[in-house]
Design a protein around this ligand. Structure first.
Ligand SMILES: Nc1ncnc2c1ncn2[C@@H]1O[C@H](COP(=O)(O)OP(=O)(O)OP(=O)(O)O)[C@@H](O)[C@H]1O
Ligand SMILES: [Mg+2]
Length: 270
């Protein structure tokens, strides 16, 4: 599958960040903490001139309760391997963090210029929805695999119609996996075995059965060794052993159930 529509320089960064876990660059906060977002995120710039969104900014809830940065990194790495449009992520151990600031953060590279949250782009929905069918159908499978509990959120999808390239490209980024994986699975086996899926987003997007079936096949065939590697390489300070085990087992169990999970919501899946 290749449903990634990031500009070439972001895609190049994505290849590099997929091979790394912790950033070795120096990052500086640019501007204030962005208000109205749960995790108190803020923009950062690196000594090399890259820009990203750092999150969580707050220590609440603590990492051992909700390993948000680890969730962002794991989801981004899995999506990269599957060809799905989640921006590149690195972990950031923020040594200068104050007592109320989160030391164990993630940085999500800026997806593309002039990114509009769906909240703003929705007014163009009659034009955009048909063009989002393939990517939204594949992302529903991915969200269902990782049990993303925050898809119905019009700040977590960014779009941009980029006409600076020929032919113009509709750039898309699906964001914010803080409340996925161990968010529920940390409560025990029964939670990752709970076969509930996540619907296509945004609402009203046409369902593309071919794209959904392709995504199901790719997740079913996702190499177990790569899955383990992606989860196991997260440092212990970002992810407790209990959560690590839940994430490994949850992903592995749901990999074998993903077809049934999707078919129960979208009858007609082969
Ligand atoms: N990689 C990115 N590129 C561009 N903009 C981004 C990126 N990541 C986040 N943003 C912007 O920052 C906003 C907040 O990011 P995000 O949703 O990840 O934070 P959050 O605190 O978890 O949000 P919420 O309150 O929905 O839980 C997004 O709605 C988006 O507008
Ligand atoms: Mg969000």
């Amino acid at each position: 599958m290749n449903l990634r529509t990031f500009p070439p320089q972001v895609e190049q960064l994505a290849r590099q960040w997929r091979g790394e876990v912790l950033t070795s660059s120096t990052w500086t906060q640019v501007g204030d903490v962005i208000e109205h977002f749960e995790s108190e995120p803020f923009f950062v710039r690196s000594s090399e001139g890259e820009t990203g969104l750092a999150k969580p900014g707050t220590v609440e809830p603590p990492v051992h309760q909700l390993p948000r940065a680890a969730h962002e990194k794991i989801a981004s790495d899995l999506a990269f391997d599957l060809g799905l449009p989640v921006p590149p992520v690195l972990l950031w151990s923020r040594s200068g963090a104050g007592p109320k600031q989160q030391r164990y953060a993630s940085i999500s590279a800026l997806a593309f210029p002039r990114a509009n949250p769906w909240a703003m782009a929705a007014r163009l929905s009659s034009r955009l929805l048909p063009r989002l069918a393939a990517v939204a159908s594949a992302m529903a499978v991915f969200d269902s695999w990782v049990a993303n509990a925050d898809r119905q959120n019009d700040g977590n999808l960014l779009v941009s119609e980029d006409d600076s390239v020929s032919p113009p490209v509709l750039r898309v980024a699906y964001l914010d996996f803080a409340n996925s994986l161990a968010y529920r699975w940390g409560k025990g086996e029964r939670w990752w075995k709970w076969e509930e899926g996540v619907a296509c987003y945004p609402d009203g997007v046409p369902w593309d059965v071919r794209s959904m079936a392709l995504a199901i096949g790719e997740i079913e065939r996702f190499p177990p060794a790569t899955l383990r590697e992606i989860v196991n390489r997260i440092p212990g300070s970002f992810l407790s052993e209990q959560h690590r085990t839940a994430i490994r087992e949850g992903l592995s169990y749901r990999q074998s159930r993903i077809r049934g999970i999707m078919a129960s919501m979208y009858p007609g899946i082969p």
